[in-house]
Design a binder for this molecule. Sequence first.
Ligand SMILES: Nc1nc2c(c(=O)[nH]1)N[C@H]1C(S)=C(S)[C@@H](COP(=O)(O)O)O[C@H]1N2
Ligand SMILES: [Mo]
Length: 438
Amino acid sequence: MKNNQRGIHEMYAENPVTADELIWGRKVDPLTRRGFLKNSGLVAMSAALGASIPFAHLMPGGLIPAALAQSGEGFTIPGKEGLIILNDRPVNAETPAHLLDDEVTPGKYLFVRNNGTPPVTTNIDPDAWALEIAGESAARPLTLTIAELKEKFEHHTYQLQLECGGNGRREFVPPAAGNQWSVGAVGCPEWTGVRLRDVLEEVGIKDDAVYVAYYGADTHASGDPTKVPISRGVPMHKALEDEALIAWAMNGEDIPPMNGYPLRLVISGWPGSVAGKWLKKLVVRNIVHDGPKMTGTSYRVPCKPVAPGSVVPDNEMCIIESMPVKSLVTFPRSGIEHALGEALAVRGHAWAGDNAVGAMHVSIDFGATWQEADLKAPRNRYAWQRWNARLEFPETGYYEIWARATDDVGRSQPMVLPGWNPKGYLNNACHRIAVQVI
Ligand SMILES: Nc1nc2c(c(=O)[nH]1)N[C@H]1C(S)=C(S)[C@@H](COP(=O)(O)O)O[C@H]1N2
Ligand SMILES: [Mo]
């Protein structure tokens, strides 16, 4: 069954329309995505899912059933539990959706995204760790130890979401190179540190400052000491926000080694790549920062929509800023059985980059009708928001629960893939889980 599932994935990744036809005999109009399951296909799909599909006539074409779309085996890496390893050199691991159910993401469940080789931090003295603040637009360059940071500046704690720009990459057609993240390169722990703004004020920001960027203690995967794996930044207005932190603690404890111990930048709402781990140096720049992974196709998307597979010239690529509105179903876990006649309590989180989430809806009929879910306010700006719904099913069979968030300016998650881009960023298509009603 495992190999079989991988086969289905590969086929859907190659071409969802032909996959549909080959596997289920479902003819799909590639333009409208309308597909019609003939009796034999319906029988085959029901057999694969182990139940009849009451809303089969509403099921869109070219979409692998959620019950078959779940990720594979769970692994463990030190300090982490149940994460799915996507790459071991460097280590990249995501969290299955049902392990993201906590209001505040515990360290063991926070995903890991490494661009290079993490530093060895087992023998360091965290208080002596030094952070240098320099750059052509820093008036009085300075080096501060963590002990000095803690002593000199006010401490702040916020719950801040962190999502990799490539979260959801796995669904793009044609596929994009890079870690094939499913839905779990996201989390929302609580971070404690000092405001980046307070430290920058101490250093002095020159009038020509436009960007603040980081360097970490990790090394390039090639082993070449002259190369930097990643060095990204944000414009001044983002760096000066209240919630932009230089943090030494996560959930009241040391930051886990793989998430940046002993010091990291946490800037929320934008791709996680702006949140430098193992923070060694900040630079205040008088130009848009040009470090590794700021240029080319890295964390940049076509400024205007392009056809899937397009080659986009460099000057038509724009740096990703706010992440789009998105949500997860974190309970129940996909694939559960549920008794007919009982309401099913469903819940998850929703977030919207620099915005707040304004509304949350769920569907059990492949998006034909939607029911409004209860949505809580965020604990603070940039914290994800809890949503809850109760669902009733009309008869036994296979269902998918689809979840759709809308941000506070009216933008909703799409039900199919949003704009294709060369590196497969910003996929905020609706999350869906499978439920068997018995
Ligand atoms: N020094 C350093 N900082 C980094 C990275 C890295 O590879 N090195 N990866 C970035 C990316 S792409 C993301 S999505 C987040 C991931 O944070 P996490 O591994 O703590 O989940 O860290 C960012 N900060
Ligand atoms: Mo990322």
